[in-house]
Structures are given as structure tokens and as C-alpha cells.
Design a protein around this ligand. Structure first.
Ligand code: NAP
Length: 250
């Protein structure tokens, strides 16, 4: 049974490992193509957009895909909306693997904002040292507040022409550990962190480090992300796939 995994996350990679060991399925992992050298995977990979919901529906039909699993990042809302529409159109079952958000704990100083633009505004007029971890696609927005010193962590260098003038790029790929995160925040004299509420364990250490150092975290709220049948994790996704396969009488 041919399946398509929409990925770009730790969960998608975990699912790829499980499905690679299961001869009942022939799986392809789809990435948006944002990362120049994505981590290797034990299943086939494809990269780049499909051309909206209609393009994805066409891809499903052309490749005889019998099930789709959306394991994309909590802030990747467009591809999830496209997956719901395309699967409906192509009559292909869709499961979604959402990641629970982090919950604030005692000692956390989170300021929730609706968007990265709002996060930039909330930094205020006084100059601060700001640690930015929202990804490279939105880094240019910080050029609207050029008075701050920014330390931005990214996997690949940003492509936008207009970036804040006082910017230090830290090229790192997670997972990160608490001690290294504390050291980074301390050494760069960070006063404020800007983060997405990504959830999961791979990038949580920065939140713990901010708590330990008493630093405020400007937390960009999650977008609405449409879903298919919700599955709790990669193992449950495998059970869902087996069920879909049995429904097809395979
Ligand atoms: P998005 O806004 O939801 O998607 C924008 C467009 O990128 C989609 O319409 C689609 O193009 C293409 N696309 C997205 N994910 C794709 C996938 N897995 N396979 C093929 N095409 C895909 O997504 P985004 O926020 O730009 O994120 C892009 C990718 O990076 C996602 O796969 C996500 O899992 C991963 N990621 C995102 C973040 C984040 O903070 N946003 C963080 C970590 C990883 P077409 O309409 O042409 O099909």
C-alpha cells in the first residue's frame, strides 16, 4: 500500500523509521525543501511544494497513494489545510499527527503574542539582546525593530535581503541540551527570547534555560491547523495505517 508522509519534523522521521521496517507499506516522505541538507531517511524522499491543494490531489492520484499522514510542524498550517482539501478531493484517507504544545510552568515568564510581527513590536523601543528561534522564513520581520541586537538560531542561512543590522547567526540543528542553552543565553547576555510554541522535546531546553535564568519568552501563538483523523504518535499512525489497509481488503 502506497503512503505519503508529509514531514519536516522529528515525528515524521520516527514514522519513516517504523514504516521502513514494515513490508506492507511503500512510503515516501515529502519535505517542503526549505533545508538545504535534510537529515537522511530510510524511505524514499521527495522535496518541494505540490502546487496547492489541487496539485497535491493530482499527486495522490498520479502516484496511487492510498493514505496520507500529515506529520508537519504545528506552525505549518497551509500544507495541512491543503492536505485536508486534497485528500477529500482524491478520496484518500488522512491521519494527522499533532504535537501537544508546551504548557507554562511555575517560573516561566511567557508573553503570548498572536504573530511574529506582534512579537517584534512587543520587544519595545529600548535596545535589548534578543534570542530569536522562529526559523529563517520570518527573520526579516525583525528588521522593523533595528535597535536590538539579535542572536538568531537557524539550520540554513536566511535568504531575505532585508535583515536586522545587528544580527548574529548561530547555525545549529536540534536537539539541544539544557546546559548548552544556558551557556548560550548567558554568553550572549540574552535578555528576551522569541519562540514558537513548537512542543516536543527537541527544542524544549531553551524554554527550561530561560526559566532557570528568569528570562521572558515572547511566545508566538499557534495557527489553526486543519486535521484529518488525529493519531497520538508514530506508533498510533502505524496502527491507523494497518486499519486502513484492512478496510481496503488488502
Ligand atoms: P506551510 O506554510 O504550511 O506551507 C507552505 C507551502 O510549502 C505549502 O503550501 C506547500 O506548497 C509547501 N509545503 C509545506 N510542507 C510541505 C511538505 N512537507 N511537502 C511538500 N510541500 C510542502 O509550511 P511552512 O511553515 O513553510 O513549513 C514548511 C515545512 O517545514 C513543513 O513541511 C514543516 O513541517 C517544516 N517546518 C516548519 C516549521 C515552522 O516553524 N513553520 C518548523 C520546522 C519545520 P504547495 O502549496 O506548493 O504544495
Amino acid at each position: 500500500m502506497r503512503i505519503l508522509i508529509l514531514g519536516g519534523t522529528t515525528e515524521a522521521s520516527a514514522l519513516a523509521r517504523l514504516v521502513a521496517d514494515d513490508p506492507r507499506f511503500e512510503a515516501t516522505l515529502s519535505l517542503a525543501g526549505r533545508t538545504a541538507t535534510p537529515a537522511g531517511q530510510p524511505i524514499a524522499m521527495r522535496s518541494g511544494g505540490f502546487g496547492g491543494a489541487a496539485g497535491l490531489a493530482r499527486h495522490l492520484e498520479d502516484h496511487g497513494i492510498a493514505a496520507v499522514i500529515d506529520a508537519t510542524h504545528p506552525y505549518a498550517a497551509r500544507i495541512s489545510a491543503n492536505a485536508v482539501a486534497a485528500c477529500r478531493q482524491a478520496k484518500v484517507p488522512l491521519a494527522s499527527l499533532p504535537r501537544a504544545p508546551w504548557e507554562a510552568r511555575p517560573g516561566d515568564r511567557w508573553v503570548d503574542v498572536p504573530s511574529t510581527e506582534a512579537a517584534v513590536q512587543s520587544l519595545g523601543t529600548d535596545r535589548h539582546h534578543v534570542f530569536v528561534t522562529v526559523g529563517r522564513q520570518e527573520l526579516h520581520l525583525f528588521a522593523a525593530a533595528p535597535q536590538h541586537r539579535y542572536i538568531a538560531r537557524l539550520i540554513d542561512p536566511p535568504q531575505q535581503a532585508r535583515l536586522p543590522p545587528d544580527l548574529v547567526l548561530v547555525r545549529q540543528r536540534g536537539p539541544f541540551d539544557l546546559e548548552a542553552e544556558r551557556r548560550l543565553l548567558h554568553d550572549e547576555a540574552i535578555e528576551i527570547m522569541v519562540s514558537k510554541n513548537a512542543g516536543g522535546g527537541a527544542t524544549y531546553a531553551k524554554i527550561e534555560a530561560a526559566r532557570a535564568l528568569g528570562l521572558p519568552v515572547i511566545m508566538v501563538e499557534r495557527p489553526h491547523k486543519p486535521t484529518g483523523t488525529v493519531v497520538a504518535g508514530p506508533e498510533e499512525a502505524m496502527a491507523w495505517l494497518a486499519h486502513e489497509r484492512s478496510l481496503r481488503g488488502v
